[in-house]
Design a binder for this molecule. Structure first.
Ligand code: CA
Length: 360
Protein backbone atom coordinates (compact mmCIF):
# COMPACT_ATOMS: atom_id res chain seq x y z
CA UNK A 1 0.00 0.00 0.00
CA UNK A 2 2.66 2.49 0.84
CA UNK A 3 4.83 2.08 -2.15
CA UNK A 4 7.20 4.89 -1.32
CA UNK A 5 9.27 5.14 1.77
CA UNK A 6 9.77 8.31 3.69
CA UNK A 7 10.10 11.17 1.30
CA UNK A 8 10.45 14.79 2.09
CA UNK A 9 7.74 16.96 0.79
CA UNK A 10 7.59 20.70 0.79
CA UNK A 11 4.14 22.03 0.22
CA UNK A 12 4.12 25.28 -1.60
CA UNK A 13 0.70 26.32 -2.63
CA UNK A 14 -2.08 25.24 -0.40
CA UNK A 15 -3.20 25.23 3.15
CA UNK A 16 -2.09 21.92 4.50
CA UNK A 17 0.12 20.56 7.19
CA UNK A 18 0.37 16.97 6.19
CA UNK A 19 2.36 14.42 8.00
CA UNK A 20 1.78 11.01 6.62
CA UNK A 21 1.21 8.72 3.77
CA UNK A 22 0.34 5.06 2.92
CA UNK A 23 -0.12 1.62 3.01
CA UNK A 24 1.32 2.65 1.77
CA UNK A 25 3.04 6.35 1.26
CA UNK A 26 4.81 8.28 3.90
CA UNK A 27 5.69 11.90 3.87
CA UNK A 28 7.54 14.06 6.30
CA UNK A 29 7.23 17.77 5.89
CA UNK A 30 10.21 19.94 6.28
CA UNK A 31 8.05 23.02 6.31
CA UNK A 32 4.53 23.81 7.22
CA UNK A 33 2.57 25.20 4.35
CA UNK A 34 1.45 28.77 4.60
CA UNK A 35 -2.01 29.88 3.58
CA UNK A 36 -1.94 30.85 -0.04
CA UNK A 37 -4.01 33.20 -2.10
CA UNK A 38 -3.03 31.49 -5.35
CA UNK A 39 -6.03 29.87 -7.02
CA UNK A 40 -5.41 26.22 -7.80
CA UNK A 41 -6.20 24.86 -11.23
CA UNK A 42 -8.94 22.27 -11.33
CA UNK A 43 -9.70 19.49 -13.80
CA UNK A 44 -13.10 20.63 -15.12
CA UNK A 45 -11.60 21.75 -18.43
CA UNK A 46 -9.14 18.89 -18.80
CA UNK A 47 -10.44 16.82 -21.75
CA UNK A 48 -8.43 13.70 -20.81
CA UNK A 49 -9.80 13.81 -17.26
CA UNK A 50 -13.36 14.35 -18.48
CA UNK A 51 -13.12 11.43 -20.91
CA UNK A 52 -11.80 9.27 -18.09
CA UNK A 53 -14.71 10.45 -15.93
CA UNK A 54 -17.16 9.21 -18.56
CA UNK A 55 -15.41 5.83 -18.73
CA UNK A 56 -15.45 5.51 -14.94
CA UNK A 57 -19.13 6.44 -14.83
CA UNK A 58 -19.94 3.77 -17.38
CA UNK A 59 -18.07 1.08 -15.46
CA UNK A 60 -19.62 2.20 -12.15
CA UNK A 61 -23.12 2.49 -13.63
CA UNK A 62 -23.55 6.02 -12.30
CA UNK A 63 -24.40 9.28 -13.99
CA UNK A 64 -21.44 10.75 -15.94
CA UNK A 65 -22.32 14.17 -14.55
CA UNK A 66 -21.58 12.98 -11.01
CA UNK A 67 -18.09 11.70 -11.87
CA UNK A 68 -17.37 14.74 -14.06
CA UNK A 69 -18.44 16.98 -11.23
CA UNK A 70 -16.17 15.24 -8.70
CA UNK A 71 -13.10 15.01 -10.91
CA UNK A 72 -13.77 18.48 -12.28
CA UNK A 73 -13.59 19.98 -8.80
CA UNK A 74 -10.34 18.25 -7.93
CA UNK A 75 -7.38 20.58 -7.61
CA UNK A 76 -4.07 20.04 -9.31
CA UNK A 77 -1.51 19.97 -6.52
CA UNK A 78 1.99 21.05 -7.54
CA UNK A 79 3.42 19.79 -4.24
CA UNK A 80 2.15 16.28 -4.96
CA UNK A 81 3.68 16.33 -8.44
CA UNK A 82 6.94 17.52 -6.94
CA UNK A 83 6.88 14.75 -4.34
CA UNK A 84 6.70 12.13 -7.09
CA UNK A 85 9.36 13.76 -9.27
CA UNK A 86 12.62 11.80 -9.19
CA UNK A 87 15.47 13.78 -7.72
CA UNK A 88 19.20 13.19 -7.89
CA UNK A 89 20.21 10.44 -5.48
CA UNK A 90 21.62 12.48 -2.65
CA UNK A 91 21.16 10.21 0.31
CA UNK A 92 22.92 6.98 1.10
CA UNK A 93 20.67 4.20 2.37
CA UNK A 94 20.98 4.30 6.10
CA UNK A 95 18.94 1.90 8.20
CA UNK A 96 20.19 3.38 11.47
CA UNK A 97 19.05 6.84 10.46
CA UNK A 98 15.67 5.55 9.27
CA UNK A 99 15.21 3.55 12.43
CA UNK A 100 16.05 6.51 14.64
CA UNK A 101 13.45 8.61 12.84
CA UNK A 102 10.68 6.05 13.26
CA UNK A 103 11.30 4.41 16.61
CA UNK A 104 11.16 7.38 18.94
CA UNK A 105 9.93 7.53 22.55
CA UNK A 106 6.85 9.52 21.65
CA UNK A 107 5.70 6.90 19.15
CA UNK A 108 6.44 4.06 21.57
CA UNK A 109 4.37 5.79 24.26
CA UNK A 110 1.50 6.31 21.82
CA UNK A 111 1.73 2.62 20.99
CA UNK A 112 1.57 1.62 24.64
CA UNK A 113 -1.54 3.73 25.18
CA UNK A 114 -3.14 2.37 21.99
CA UNK A 115 -2.33 -1.22 22.98
CA UNK A 116 -3.78 -0.73 26.47
CA UNK A 117 -6.98 0.80 25.12
CA UNK A 118 -7.39 -1.92 22.49
CA UNK A 119 -5.95 -4.98 24.22
CA UNK A 120 -9.08 -7.10 23.78
CA UNK A 121 -9.44 -6.19 20.11
CA UNK A 122 -5.78 -6.89 19.41
CA UNK A 123 -6.07 -10.25 21.13
CA UNK A 124 -9.17 -11.07 19.07
CA UNK A 125 -7.43 -10.08 15.83
CA UNK A 126 -4.44 -12.23 16.75
CA UNK A 127 -6.68 -15.17 17.58
CA UNK A 128 -8.75 -14.90 14.40
CA UNK A 129 -5.96 -14.23 11.90
CA UNK A 130 -2.77 -15.43 13.58
CA UNK A 131 -1.18 -12.03 12.94
CA UNK A 132 0.73 -10.96 16.03
CA UNK A 133 -0.56 -7.97 17.96
CA UNK A 134 2.92 -6.44 18.00
CA UNK A 135 3.01 -6.42 14.18
CA UNK A 136 -0.38 -4.71 13.99
CA UNK A 137 0.84 -2.20 16.57
CA UNK A 138 4.03 -1.67 14.55
CA UNK A 139 2.15 -0.96 11.32
CA UNK A 140 -0.39 1.43 12.82
CA UNK A 141 2.44 3.23 14.61
CA UNK A 142 4.67 3.63 11.58
CA UNK A 143 1.77 4.55 9.30
CA UNK A 144 -0.02 7.22 11.33
CA UNK A 145 1.12 7.04 14.94
CA UNK A 146 -2.21 5.44 15.83
CA UNK A 147 -4.36 7.86 13.89
CA UNK A 148 -2.59 11.04 14.92
CA UNK A 149 -1.26 11.77 11.41
CA UNK A 150 -3.63 10.43 8.80
CA UNK A 151 -2.80 13.05 6.16
CA UNK A 152 -4.60 16.22 5.24
CA UNK A 153 -4.69 16.18 1.47
CA UNK A 154 -8.08 15.89 -0.14
CA UNK A 155 -7.93 12.39 -1.56
CA UNK A 156 -9.75 13.55 -4.73
CA UNK A 157 -7.04 16.16 -5.32
CA UNK A 158 -4.16 13.77 -4.68
CA UNK A 159 -5.45 10.93 -6.84
CA UNK A 160 -6.67 13.14 -9.69
CA UNK A 161 -3.34 14.97 -9.80
CA UNK A 162 -1.40 11.71 -9.84
CA UNK A 163 -3.68 10.15 -12.45
CA UNK A 164 -3.49 13.01 -14.93
CA UNK A 165 -0.32 14.92 -14.08
CA UNK A 166 2.11 12.28 -12.90
CA UNK A 167 5.59 13.73 -13.56
CA UNK A 168 6.70 12.51 -17.02
CA UNK A 169 10.34 12.48 -15.89
CA UNK A 170 9.60 9.47 -13.66
CA UNK A 171 10.92 6.27 -15.31
CA UNK A 172 7.60 4.50 -14.72
CA UNK A 173 5.36 7.49 -15.31
CA UNK A 174 2.80 5.74 -17.52
CA UNK A 175 2.46 2.75 -15.23
CA UNK A 176 2.20 4.92 -12.16
CA UNK A 177 -0.37 7.25 -13.74
CA UNK A 178 -2.44 4.22 -14.78
CA UNK A 179 -2.20 2.87 -11.23
CA UNK A 180 -3.44 6.14 -9.75
CA UNK A 181 -6.28 6.33 -12.27
CA UNK A 182 -7.40 2.89 -11.07
CA UNK A 183 -7.12 4.09 -7.48
CA UNK A 184 -9.17 7.17 -8.36
CA UNK A 185 -11.92 4.92 -9.71
CA UNK A 186 -11.67 2.68 -6.64
CA UNK A 187 -11.92 5.78 -4.47
CA UNK A 188 -15.14 6.87 -6.16
CA UNK A 189 -16.54 3.34 -5.77
CA UNK A 190 -15.54 3.43 -2.10
CA UNK A 191 -17.12 6.86 -1.57
CA UNK A 192 -20.34 5.85 -3.30
CA UNK A 193 -20.58 2.57 -1.38
CA UNK A 194 -19.86 4.15 1.99
CA UNK A 195 -22.01 7.24 1.47
CA UNK A 196 -19.07 9.61 1.87
CA UNK A 197 -18.68 12.86 -0.01
CA UNK A 198 -15.55 12.24 -2.12
CA UNK A 199 -14.46 15.84 -1.69
CA UNK A 200 -14.52 15.64 2.10
CA UNK A 201 -12.16 12.67 2.48
CA UNK A 202 -8.56 13.42 3.39
CA UNK A 203 -5.43 11.32 3.49
CA UNK A 204 -1.84 11.11 2.30
CA UNK A 205 -0.46 12.83 -0.77
CA UNK A 206 -0.70 9.49 -2.58
CA UNK A 207 -4.30 8.75 -1.68
CA UNK A 208 -3.83 6.48 1.35
CA UNK A 209 -6.54 6.79 3.97
CA UNK A 210 -7.24 6.30 7.63
CA UNK A 211 -5.28 4.94 10.58
CA UNK A 212 -4.05 2.05 8.46
CA UNK A 213 -3.36 4.21 5.38
CA UNK A 214 -5.14 1.92 2.97
CA UNK A 215 -5.18 2.86 -0.69
CA UNK A 216 -8.77 2.84 -2.02
CA UNK A 217 -8.42 -0.51 -3.83
CA UNK A 218 -7.03 -2.09 -0.65
CA UNK A 219 -9.87 -0.61 1.36
CA UNK A 220 -12.35 -2.24 -1.01
CA UNK A 221 -10.56 -5.61 -0.89
CA UNK A 222 -9.18 -5.97 2.62
CA UNK A 223 -10.82 -3.54 5.06
CA UNK A 224 -13.22 -5.14 7.54
CA UNK A 225 -15.83 -4.06 10.05
CA UNK A 226 -14.14 -5.41 13.15
CA UNK A 227 -16.25 -3.64 15.78
CA UNK A 228 -19.46 -4.96 14.25
CA UNK A 229 -21.27 -1.64 13.91
CA UNK A 230 -22.15 -2.37 10.29
CA UNK A 231 -19.68 0.11 8.80
CA UNK A 232 -16.04 -0.04 7.84
CA UNK A 233 -14.35 3.04 9.21
CA UNK A 234 -10.58 3.20 9.23
CA UNK A 235 -10.67 6.87 10.20
CA UNK A 236 -12.51 6.64 13.51
CA UNK A 237 -12.63 3.00 14.53
CA UNK A 238 -9.45 1.61 16.05
CA UNK A 239 -11.04 -1.83 15.96
CA UNK A 240 -11.72 -1.62 12.22
CA UNK A 241 -8.13 -0.46 11.65
CA UNK A 242 -6.74 -3.34 13.74
CA UNK A 243 -8.92 -5.94 12.06
CA UNK A 244 -8.16 -4.58 8.60
CA UNK A 245 -4.39 -4.61 9.06
CA UNK A 246 -4.60 -8.19 10.34
CA UNK A 247 -6.84 -9.17 7.43
CA UNK A 248 -4.45 -7.56 4.95
CA UNK A 249 -1.44 -9.45 6.30
CA UNK A 250 -3.38 -12.71 6.37
CA UNK A 251 -4.35 -12.15 2.73
CA UNK A 252 -0.65 -11.78 1.94
CA UNK A 253 0.18 -15.18 3.39
CA UNK A 254 1.04 -14.35 6.99
CA UNK A 255 1.88 -17.64 8.74
CA UNK A 256 0.59 -17.86 12.34
CA UNK A 257 3.36 -18.50 14.83
CA UNK A 258 6.22 -18.02 12.39
CA UNK A 259 8.92 -15.54 13.42
CA UNK A 260 9.42 -12.56 11.12
CA UNK A 261 13.19 -12.97 11.00
CA UNK A 262 16.28 -14.62 12.44
CA UNK A 263 19.74 -13.31 13.19
CA UNK A 264 22.62 -14.38 10.94
CA UNK A 265 26.41 -14.47 10.91
CA UNK A 266 28.75 -15.34 8.04
CA UNK A 267 31.51 -17.83 7.43
CA UNK A 268 34.02 -15.72 5.51
CA UNK A 269 35.59 -18.77 3.87
CA UNK A 270 32.39 -19.81 2.12
CA UNK A 271 30.56 -16.52 1.82
CA UNK A 272 28.71 -15.90 -1.45
CA UNK A 273 26.96 -12.67 -0.61
CA UNK A 274 25.68 -11.94 -4.11
CA UNK A 275 24.22 -15.46 -4.25
CA UNK A 276 22.52 -14.99 -0.91
CA UNK A 277 21.07 -11.65 -2.04
CA UNK A 278 20.12 -12.80 -5.54
CA UNK A 279 16.38 -12.82 -4.91
CA UNK A 280 16.35 -9.72 -2.72
CA UNK A 281 13.68 -9.91 0.00
CA UNK A 282 11.69 -12.75 -1.57
CA UNK A 283 11.99 -15.91 0.56
CA UNK A 284 13.47 -18.37 -1.90
CA UNK A 285 16.20 -20.36 -0.14
CA UNK A 286 16.11 -23.33 2.19
CA UNK A 287 18.24 -23.07 5.33
CA UNK A 288 20.76 -25.59 4.02
CA UNK A 289 21.15 -23.65 0.76
CA UNK A 290 21.88 -20.51 2.71
CA UNK A 291 24.39 -22.37 4.84
CA UNK A 292 26.18 -23.64 1.74
CA UNK A 293 26.68 -20.03 0.68
CA UNK A 294 28.28 -19.10 3.99
CA UNK A 295 25.31 -18.01 6.13
CA UNK A 296 25.65 -19.21 9.72
CA UNK A 297 22.13 -19.71 11.02
CA UNK A 298 20.88 -20.00 14.58
CA UNK A 299 19.39 -23.37 15.49
CA UNK A 300 15.81 -22.09 15.18
CA UNK A 301 16.48 -20.94 11.61
CA UNK A 302 18.15 -24.24 10.69
CA UNK A 303 14.90 -25.96 11.69
CA UNK A 304 12.73 -23.41 9.85
CA UNK A 305 10.12 -25.08 7.68
CA UNK A 306 9.86 -22.93 4.60
CA UNK A 307 11.96 -20.58 2.52
CA UNK A 308 14.11 -17.70 3.70
CA UNK A 309 15.72 -14.53 2.35
CA UNK A 310 18.82 -12.62 3.37
CA UNK A 311 17.79 -9.07 4.21
CA UNK A 312 20.39 -6.36 3.78
CA UNK A 313 20.17 -3.23 5.93
CA UNK A 314 22.89 -0.77 4.87
CA UNK A 315 23.95 1.73 7.51
CA UNK A 316 25.19 4.61 5.44
CA UNK A 317 28.78 5.25 4.51
CA UNK A 318 30.51 4.51 7.77
CA UNK A 319 28.82 1.81 9.81
CA UNK A 320 28.80 -1.84 8.77
CA UNK A 321 25.76 -3.18 6.93
CA UNK A 322 23.41 -5.23 9.08
CA UNK A 323 21.82 -8.47 7.93
CA UNK A 324 18.91 -10.55 9.12
CA UNK A 325 17.16 -13.56 7.65
CA UNK A 326 13.60 -12.80 6.63
CA UNK A 327 10.74 -15.30 6.58
CA UNK A 328 7.39 -15.32 4.79
CA UNK A 329 6.10 -13.05 7.56
CA UNK A 330 8.83 -10.47 6.98
CA UNK A 331 7.84 -10.58 3.31
CA UNK A 332 4.13 -10.20 4.20
CA UNK A 333 4.91 -6.92 5.99
CA UNK A 334 6.67 -5.66 2.86
CA UNK A 335 3.39 -6.14 0.94
CA UNK A 336 2.23 -3.16 2.96
CA UNK A 337 5.22 -1.14 1.83
CA UNK A 338 7.89 -2.57 -0.47
CA UNK A 339 10.85 -1.81 1.75
CA UNK A 340 13.00 -3.86 4.10
CA UNK A 341 13.59 -0.71 6.17
CA UNK A 342 9.83 -0.33 6.51
CA UNK A 343 9.31 -3.96 7.57
CA UNK A 344 12.18 -3.91 10.05
CA UNK A 345 10.96 -0.66 11.61
CA UNK A 346 7.43 -2.10 11.96
CA UNK A 347 8.84 -5.16 13.70
CA UNK A 348 11.13 -3.21 16.01
CA UNK A 349 8.49 -0.62 16.91
CA UNK A 350 6.02 -3.39 17.78
CA UNK A 351 8.64 -5.10 19.92
CA UNK A 352 9.59 -1.85 21.65
CA UNK A 353 5.95 -1.14 22.52
CA UNK A 354 5.33 -4.69 23.72
CA UNK A 355 8.48 -4.76 25.83
CA UNK A 356 7.36 -1.64 27.69
CA UNK A 357 3.83 -2.84 28.45
CA UNK A 358 3.33 -3.50 32.15
CA UNK A 359 1.94 -7.01 31.65
CA UNK A 360 4.93 -8.27 29.63
CA1 CA B 1 -16.95 -0.75 12.12
Amino acid sequence: MNFLSFRFLVITLFVCACATGHAAEKTKNKKRAKPSVVALENYSKNPVAMRAADDIAERMGVRPQWVRHMIGQAHKLPGVIQAMTPSAPTSVKDWGQYRDRVIVPNRIESGMRFWSRNADTLARAEQETGVSASTIIGILGVETQYGQNMGRYRTMDALTTLAFDFPPSHPKARTRAAYFLQELEAFLVFAKASGRDPLSVRGSYAGAMGMAQFMPSSWLKYAVDFDGDGHIDLFQSSADAIGSVANYLRAFQWKPGMPTHYSVAFDAQRLDLSGLLANDIVPSMKPEAMASMGAVLPESAVRHAGLLALIELPNGRYAPTQYVIGTDNFYAITRYNWSSFYAMSVIELGQAVQKNLPQY
